[in-house]
Design a protein around this ligand. Structure first.
Ligand code: UDP
Length: 538
């Protein structure tokens, strides 16, 4: 790789002069380290000190200029995992004049994306924490194109899935360890530090028990554009495959096994009258698994990272996730959350082994494979007797590890029964009515007219026009929601109406001011914005 970098011609003298005269320039987006990405010119890295270096000169820029708040706790998260204290980025500062006394800088000409992978040996982490965020960080900044280069600073080796990372740009990603071979002081001509978190849907339980992120901002559309990119890079075409429908059983071969896999495959094939095939990360090339999943009607698998591959399923397919004994499916939902993202258009079914007789435990294994012999006898006994792992924090809870690394004999009858509750006829891609989720605009030209009859009765007539975008849309069901609130009161009366006008009589008092809020609703669920509030006095 060192050759690869030095091949690109840069005028070394000019580059060095620019660094000495202009120093480092940084401008970041985001208000906090957790939502920040920084763009740098002439950010340097000392491979001896293993620190980034910011060189000050008269022309350097540091925005935000946080002073010592830069260390509270950091300038930027280097991974997409929120505020993890092993994933912080910072730099040390020096005057550019100090360059005279330092090793000669080696310039990196490629636009660099500098980041940490979170757990490159676990497929869920690979896709969720790294690949999707890298892909969309590159979309956010146009100069992070296909000719930019990824720099992985977390310090791991290539890991099991390096080919996937390599597919994101045309340049080979570089690992922290490899930087040493390039020189003692590397200077990135142009670089970005940090990853977008906008595509992540799950938090792993570092500060509160794991669960979906509070504010999910990604939909199936963006997920599928990413998977299309990955599949193009792998030369997997979705066209031209046979129309035969089939089920994929994604099996694990090392641990958390299904011990009656053959029986399960036969039962699925028979029940749904479909070919059922088995895949596993150990037995197939990754691209073959992607190709098979991308055309499958149903994906069945034990809970585990391999289930993140459901992001390659076609719309309309079904995900069936199996949980070992004493593991409550509601408490571990990374794959459910993925399947249920708006626009993923997947069905999701969880099945749990409720029969203690059908579980196989491994108390004698090492702690990280769920062994519990290192615990005191009372604690071991409590764990063995417990019928459900209580909610817990990541990542070393022995009861959780003990239970999640059990093997399972799947009770076929109960599994088929829960699948049947959701999948009524044949599972798999349906010719679905293409209902995109487009939202209404504001209603327009709202007016009100009041009339008073006698001392105690009044009427309020409100009328409005359709939202502007409705003219150009075919919408099955258009409704209007009107809220009437007496001025100064906290409560309001809500109405759902089909017409563009209505006369309200109930609860309308004479000589009173009302605030009237109106919004349009498409297809029962797509709520538009409220138009500007109308003030109506009877
Ligand atoms: N893995 C696998 N087969 C196995 C066990 C693990 O393919 O029999 C993969 C798994 O999909 C994940 C990685 O190895 O990518 C780490 O698995 P682990 O059990 O540590 O994590 P989990 O699957 O529970 O997230």
């Amino acid at each position: 790789q060192s050759q690869e970098i030095s091949q690109v011609r840069i005028d070394y003298h000019a580059a060095l002069q620019a660094l000495v005269e202009e120093g480092t320039r940084m401008v970041c987006t985001g208000r906090m380290h957790t939502d920040r990405i920084c763009r740098f010119e002439s950010l340097c890295y000392s491979t001896e000190a293993e620190e980034f270096v910011f060189f000050h000169s008269n022309a350097s820029i540091m925005l935000p200029n946080l002073g010592s708040r830069r260390f509270q706790p950091a300038l930027v998260d280097l991974s997409s995992v929120d505020d993890h204290n092993t994933q912080y980025f910072n730099f040390v500062e020096l005057p550019a004049a100090a360059l005279r006394f330092m090793p000669k800088p080696v310039f990196v000409p490629d636009v660099a994306l500098i980041m940490n992978r979170f757990n490159p040996d676990n497929l869920m982490h690979v896709f969720h924490d790294d690949l999707l965020p890298i892909f969309y960080t590159m979309q956010q900044f146009p100069d992070l194109g296909q000719e930019s280069r990824l720099f992985f600073m977390e310090g791991w080796n290539e890991g099991l899935h390096f080919d996937l990372y390599k597919s994101l740009s045309n340049k080979q990603p570089l690992l922290k360890e490899q930087l040493k071979t390039l020189g003692k002081l590397l200077c990135f001509t142009k670089s970005y530090v940090g990853l977008t978190k906008i595509t992540t849907w799950y938090q792993y339980g570092f500060v509160q028990p794991q669960g979906p992120k509070a504010n999910i901002l990604v939909s199936g559309n963006e997920i599928r554009q990413f998977t299309k990119f990955v599949m193009d890079k792998m030369n997997i075409s979705t066209e031209g495959s046979s129309n035969e429908e089939y089920i994929v059983l994604f099996s694990r071969t090392i641990n958390r096994l299904i011990v009656n896999e053959a029986e399960l495959i036969l039962a699925l094939a028979q029940e749904f009258q479909m070919k059922t095939i088995t895949v596993s990360l150990e037995d197939q090339p990754f691209a073959d698994i992607v190709r098979l999943i991308s055309n499958a009607s149903m994906l069945v698998s034990m809970h585990g990272a391999q289930l993140v591959m459901s992001l390659f399923l076609p719309r309309g397919a079904t995900v069936v996730e199996l949980f070992p004994y004493a593991i409550n499916p509601e408490h571990y939902t990374p794959y459910k959350t993925l399947a249920m993202l708006p626009g993923m258009d997947l069905s999701y079914i969880a099945w749990q082994n409720l029969e203690e007789a059908n579980t196989i435990t491994y108390p004698e294994r090492t702690w990280d494979q769920g062994g519990i012999l290192h615990l005191d006898a009372a604690e071991q006994e409590r764990i063995i007797k417990s019928k459900e792992v209580p909610r817990h924090l990541c990542c070393r809870n022995p009861e959780w590890l003990f239970r999640v690394y059990q093997d399972t004999k799947v009770d076929i009858t109960s599994l088929i029964e829960v699948i049947r509750l959701t999948v009524k006829s044949k599972p798999g891609p349906k010719k679905q009515k293409w209902t995109t989720g487009l939202y209404p605009g504001k209603v327009r030209g709202a007016k009100c007219q009041a009339s008073v009859q006698g001392a105690s009765e009044a009427k309020l007539t409100v009328a409005w026009q359709i939202p502007w975008n409705l003219k150009y849309l075919k919408v099955r069901d258009v409704k209007y929601e009107v809220w009437i609130q007496e001025q100064g009161e906290n409560t309001y009366m809500p109405y759902i109406l089909s017409q563009q006008n209505h006369t309200f009589v109930e609860n309308i008092k004479p000589f009173t001011s009302y605030l009237v809020w109106i919004r349009c609703i498409f297809n029962k669920t797509l709520l538009g914005p409220f138009a500007e509030v109308l003030v109506c006095s009877t």
